[in-house]
Every structure is written in C-alpha cells, then in structure tokens.
Design a protein. Sequence first.
Length: 324
Amino acid sequence: MTERAERARETTVDGLQAVELCSPEARVSATFVPGAGMFGSLLSHLGDQLLHVPGGAAAYAASGTTAGIPLLYPWANRLAGWSYEVGGRRVELARDGAGIRTEEHGLPIHGLLAAARGWQLEWVGVDAGGAGLHARFDFAPPELLASFPFPHVLRMEVALSGPRLRVATIVEATGDVAVPVSFGFHPYLRLPGVAREEWELTTAFGEHLLLDEQMIPSGRREPAEVGAGPLGVRVFDDGYAELGPPPQFRISGGGRAIEVACESGYHYAQLYAPPGSDFICFEPMTAPANALVRGGAELPMVAPGASFEAVFSITVTDSGEELR
C-alpha cells in the first residue's frame, strides 16, 4: 500500500484549537478551527492565502462576522421575520437569543453557530480520503433549542486530497421530531496578486431567484444570466437554483484557478461580490434563503433516527498560465 503524501496535525490559531491539513504535492494547505465554530481560516496555494480573513481567526471568534469559510447554521442568509413554524412547532426568536445576529434590515441572519464553542474533535489523521478531520457538535443546549427546537447531532468531515478540499456536513436527528435542513457555507475566495477586475468568472446556474426589497426570495424565478468572462465591476448578492453539473463555480487569473463544486445535498447557491470588495463568495445552500419561514417542498426534513449529508468541495490548481 502506497503511503499518502498528505499530512494532518492538531495545532492552534490565535490561541484556538485548530487542525492543519497539508497536501505537499499539490502545494495546497487548509486550516479549520473547531475552537471557533469549525471556521475555515486558511486555504493556501504556493503559500498564498486564498481566503478573505480580515483580523484572522481571533476576529472571527470575537465577532462572528463572516469571513474565511464559515458555517451558516441552522439557516443560511436571512429570515423574513422573527418567527417561523415547522413540523407543528412555532418558534419566536428572541432578539437577544444565543447566537442571534442581524443584518442591515434588522432581520436575523446566518443562524446560531457562528464561532460557536462546543465542537469536539473525534479524529485527525490520514486515510484513503487524504488528510482529514472529523468533528461533532451536539445541538442540545437549551439556549440553542429555544431558537431551533429540533435536537440533533451535527458532524463535519473535512478532507484534503491533492488539490481538492472536501467538506461533508451530516445532520443526525436524535429526538422525536424531524429536523429542518436549511444550512450553508460562505467561502470568501480571492486571487492574490491579480486585480479583481481581471478575475475570469464561470458559473453553471439554471435559475435566478428574484428577491424583494429586503433581499428575501419572492418565490419568482427567471433564467440565470451570469455571463462568463472577467468579473470587472460586476457586483452580486443573488440566489440561484437548478445548479448545473459540478463544478458550478470557477474563478481564474494569474495562473491559478479555484473551483467550487456542490457534490450532493446542495441544490441552491448564493453569489456574493459587493462593490469595492477584493473577494467573491460562492455559497452552497441546502435550501433557499428564508426556507424556515416559507416552508414547503424546498425545505428538506430529516426524520427521527435518520440522517442527511451535504458535500461541497474546493479545488485549487494551476490554470496553465504562468503564475504571477
């Protein structure tokens, strides 16, 4: 049996428990921080940081402001209000509830687990899938169940194999009630040394979700028209459905390419590139924004005793051009 080249080790980042994964042959490394909500604090290629992480892991742990690769759980993006009803359970969110954060319209955003303590490392090592880590979060504290009263275990399994970083998230329903699934991730990607206007963008989206004035999906859709080519001065804060075959997103420039693939469980995505930014986000989502409030067939449910898995990956490679 050939020994794998990848390596994994426990470490600390800004004094927080972390795990570093390395793929020497691909010249790619990644770091995740269980001590700050399983935050992805580093994705590097040839020593260049490919994530937008202002202030580092310490700033994320202190504020929960999205950066790097954060988990948005148990809902991604905005809710339309401060109450929802799922499976016969009506929930009134408290504005001072544990983990609650608001956006510019005063609406709750990005769930409850930003920078959350409580993740337990179960395994760090190298196996057939590459260098990896497995971590677990018991969604049982009363202060969390007050806002999301669906007991379950949440697991993340992260693996780096060659140039591909794979992130699997598993929801295991441990109580007597089905668990709604409306989470996502928010990778802040960048191409260092290349002007944003020169980043070549390619996407594979079928439908564009039309939003209301509060950036909530209205229920209406139109054909997606995200033209391939330089990012230029284009800005995005848009939801999409009917994702094409993976990878559904690619940026390249300066001899480097980053691809994101929704491999399973993610049927929606948000594209985010605000004005004046030096990053772009392609956000895998298991349901459209506001699915907890809207309900319906677009909101997956995990029956008691069952589980749900969603997987996305990020692949970093030389694009065939000479690196700047």
